[in-house]
Design a protein around this ligand. Structure first.
Ligand code: KG4
Ligand code: ZN
Length: 337
């Protein structure tokens, strides 16, 4: 089965073709430079860029890959509404013209498919597994029993972790997107004498919260930002390192709870913040401390952490296969005597 995936939920316009679990071709056009002057994603500007990109590169991509498509999958519902709608309209038009089914895909769950699509992983995670989705719009721990059955064990009660990274970066005068800028600055950071609080620490929950941490960073900046320019980079580095330490301590606490409660050690990490090496180091340290099997911790290549179309197409393929497997299982076999 050959599926075209389309992703336009935020600031990446992406197309990918998957054929029988193999990436045939993929293209991702980043809009970062267009949004950077505004310090964040401007939804209407994003929608216009998606339209331009799809018109310009979509046709080129399809001509270059002259293959028969069996379905069109599109990242749907979750994302910035004007941006999502452009992808949906384009995918719908294409599906109608080619007379193939249109498969709307929940892009948050699709983030789990980064490791499935990443050719580096020859051994794929086995069901049931846990998924940690850490993106600009979501922070969730899920339990997946199949590609079409999942349970949300925990979710953020306020800001998403990526959003917190972006806001902290903005407060510290770092460029958009904030995540990579905070990670880079944190590399040179030292410990603060008074660490930022770890939100929901010790509470009996699998939910997340980042707004209190964001406020703690804001108050710290207001009280302590040095006046002298030459000291500012040190101040920023320390604040970034401490912010990451607190945010990742919270993630580790929730992950530990989820693994201990479910008895499932297989954890798949996805979403833009999974690109952060300190987060992955923190998770690996947790696995080592707890004596868990680090082979069961799956983190895709950075390219498959952030928004991309290969995960959309690959997840659509997995959903289609699972649905037909279940339909076959539930079929009544009638024999004529
Ligand atoms: O999954 P994604 O590409 O888009 C959404 O679905 O939101 O995630 C984007 C988010 C942004 O908030 C960005 O700042 C964050 O991922 N991000 C990072 C890193 N790279 C991207 N956060 C922390 N460290 C990074 N290296
Ligand atoms: Zn995403």
């Amino acid at each position: 089965m050959t599926i075209l995936g389309i992703e336009t939920t935020c600031d990446e316009t992406a197309l990918a073709i998957i054929s029988d679990d193999r990436i045939v071709d993929e293209v991702t056009i980043s809009q970062i430079l267009k949004h950077a002057p505004y310090g964040g994603v401007v939804p209407d500007l994003g929608a216009r860029e998606h339209l331009n990109n799809l018109t310009k590169f979509g046709g080129e991509f399809l001509t270059r890959n002259n293959v028969k498509l069996d379905a069109i999958a599109v990242a749907s519902k979750i994302g910035l509404p004007p941006a999502v709608q452009v992808g949906e309209a384009y995918a719908n038009g294409l599906a109608n013209a080619l007379k193939v089914p249109l498969i709307p895909i929940n892009h948050v769950i699709a983030h789990t498919w980064g490791v499935f699509v990443d050719p580096v992983f020859t051994e794929k995670p086995q069901f049931p597994f846990l998924a940690l989705i850490v993106s600009g719009g979501h922070t969730q721990i899920l339990k997946l029993t199949s590609p079409i059955e999942h349970e949300i064990l925990g979710t953020t009660i306020d800001d998403a972790i990526g959003e917190a990274f972006d806001k902290v970066a903005h407060m510290l005068g770092l460029p958009y997107p904030g995540g990579p800028a905070v990670e880079k600055a944190a590399e040179k950071g030292a410990r603060l004498s008074k660490p930022f609080p770890i939100p929901l620490k010790g509470e009996d929950t699998m939910n997340f919260s980042f707004s209190g941490l964001k406020t703690a960073v804001r108050v710290y900046i207001e009280k302590n930002m040095p006046k002298e320019e030459q000291y500012k980079p040190y101040f920023v580095a320390d604040a970034c390192a401490e912010f990451q330490r607190s945010a990742f301590a919270q993630i580790n606490e929730r992950v530990a709870k989820a693994i201990e409660q479910t008895g499932i050690q297989t954890l798949v990490v996805g979403g833009g913040v999974a690109a952060n090496q300190s987060l992955i180091n923190a998770l690996a340290t947790l696995y080592l401390e707890k004596g868990w099997d680090t082979e069961k911790l799956f983190v895709p290549n950075i390219k498959y952490c952030t928004d991309n179309a290969a995960v959309i197409a690959s997840y659509a393929l997995a959903v289609t296969k699972e649905k037909s497997k279940q339909k076959f299982k539930n079929r009544n076999f009638i024999r004529s005597s």
